[in-house]
Every structure is written in C-alpha cells, then in structure tokens.
Design a protein around this ligand. Structure first.
Ligand SMILES: C[S@@+](CC[C@H](N)C(=O)[O-])C[C@H]1O[C@@H](n2cnc3c(N)ncnc32)[C@H](O)[C@@H]1O
Length: 243
C-alpha cells in the first residue's frame, strides 16, 4: 500500500502517460496475446452465437478484440474513464466498427445504472482492477454478478500481490532472472516513473482476497484459470438458474 494522493485519474488522463503506454503497445500486446485469447476461449459461447460483452477499464480494447475476433456475432461495450485511452482505442478497434461502442465510465465512482447495459452475457477486465480500492473491488464484483445474465461469466486478467513474503521474494527472483535489467531500472526511477509505479501497486491485492470477493457475492466456478508468478486470470460465472 502506498501513501500520498491517488494519481490514478491524473495518470490515465495524461497525454504524456497514455502516449508512453501506447508507444509500448506492440510489445505488450505480443506478450499478453495468449492470455487475452484464453479469456475468449473460456467463454461458454458457440462461435456463431450472438452475445454482449462488457470490457471494464477497456483501454484500447485488447481483451475485447480477442473476444470479438473469436466470436463473429458478439458485440462489445468498452468502458473506460480516460478520453485519451478511448481515443487511442478507436484506431485499434477499427476492424470491429459497428460491433462495439465506448462508454465513459469510472469504475470507482460511477453508478452502473444508466451508463452500462442492464444485462450482459460476459464481462472481462484486463490490467485495471488493481487500480480499484479493495472496498470497491468487492462492490464492483457484486454489481458485475447482478448484471450478468444467468450462466454469464466474469474473467479478470491482472497482477496480484502475495500474502507471504517468501512467495513474493520467489516471484521477484524469477522475474529478475527473466529480465536482468529490471532491478537496476527499479532502483533508478525518475519521479514520473515512481509516480506511475506507486499508482500501479497502490490497490494491488492478494489473490485469495479477490477470489473471496467473487465467492461472497455468489459467483460459481471460481478458479484461477491461468497464473504466472504475480499475473493471473481468475473469474467465475453466475448460476445458470434465473434468480
Ligand atoms: C493498464 S490499462 C489496461 C487497458 C486494457 N484493459 C488492456 O489490458 O490493455 C488500465 C486501463 O484502466 C483504465 N482505468 C483505470 N482506472 C479506471 C477507473 N477508475 N475507471 C475506469 N477505467 C479505469 C485506464 O484508463 C486504462 O485504460
């Protein structure tokens, strides 16, 4: 947990920070493509089935694109609170014009009603739930559950923290081996880099706690569907029985 003022909105609404994030897009997307595809593959739809997907904190729409690419009759609502990210996303999403729309939505402060569809068949989030404070993670997961159609799925691809410092150290050792320059870079961050890093970890939370939030609000089939060190895809589904 970091102290000081929350910079999340300022960072994601800054042309400079978004420009830097977008500039690294090709490398990042190549690294994460398999995970976004797995999220698409985990959904319980036939390849010709029409359904509505909600991508929360969609950014330039990487997770939604994997789903829309796998299910040609699916449509997507991409929710984000950054005009800058949504403007960048318009280019990346161009192949899916007519099958998606962006919605301005702050996951922490905005009410679902009126902004997002009352019922969706699937929800994904990628690399953004760690920007949401824990109290709101729990209530957001409850809202997702209550707006999913019976049998609908929620999948989240995100970094998590370890409860156990020995586990955290093991993750760090392996990460440092994979990227030998990372430790030196971390030790010499500029002020802006430190601000972005602090924002990155501020609300990052242990995996078990987040699985507990899902179970507590009624999700079934809660599992960690993929994991590498601190990076996970977890999720679950709403009961197929109408409530
Ligand atoms: C690291 S980017 C990930 C974007 C995309 N989901 C992906 O995986 O490539 C984080 C995204 O979350 C969005 N975000 C952060 N906090 C948010 C909030 N409170 N409400 C809505 N979007 C938020 C940012 O604007 C940004 O687009």
């Amino acid at each position: 947990m970091t102290t000081g003022e929350d910079q999340n909105a300022a960072i994601w609404r800054s042309e400079q920070a978004v420009g830097r994030w977008v500039a690294a897009g090709d490398e990042r997307e190549a690294k994460r493509a398999a995970q976004w595809q797995l999220m698409a593959d985990l959904l319980p739809f036939g390849s010709d089935q029409p359904f509505t997907l909600l991508d929360l904190g969609a950014g330039t729409g990487a997770a939604a694109r994997a789903v829309l690419g796998s299910y040609p009759r699916a449509e997507a609502v991409l929710a984000d609170f950054s005009d800058q990210m949504m403007a960048e996303g318009a280019g990346a999403m161009a192949p899916y014009d007519g099958r998606y729309r962006y919605v301005a939505f702050d996951m922490v402060t905005d009410p679902w009603a009126g902004a997002l569809p009352d019922t969706v068949d699937a929800v994904v989030s990628s690399q953004c739930i760690h920007h949401v404070p824990d109290e709101r993670k729990a209530t957001l997961f409850a809202e997702i559950h209550s707006h999913l159609a019976p049998g609908g799925w929620y999948l989240n691809f995100d970094p998590v923290t370890a409860d156990d410092p020995i586990v955290a150290a093991a993750w760090q050792r392996a990460a440092d081996r994979a990227d030998p320059g990372a430790a030196a870079k971390a030790a010499h961050r500029t002020h802006d880099e430190q601000t972005r890093y602090d924002n990155h970890i501020r609300h990052m939370a242990p995996l078990d706690r987040q699985l507990g939030y899902l179970r507590a609000v009624g999700f079934q089939a809660v599992d960690v569907y993929w994991k590498h060190l601190d990076s996970v895809i977890y999720g679950g589904c709403r009961s197929p029985e109408p409530s």
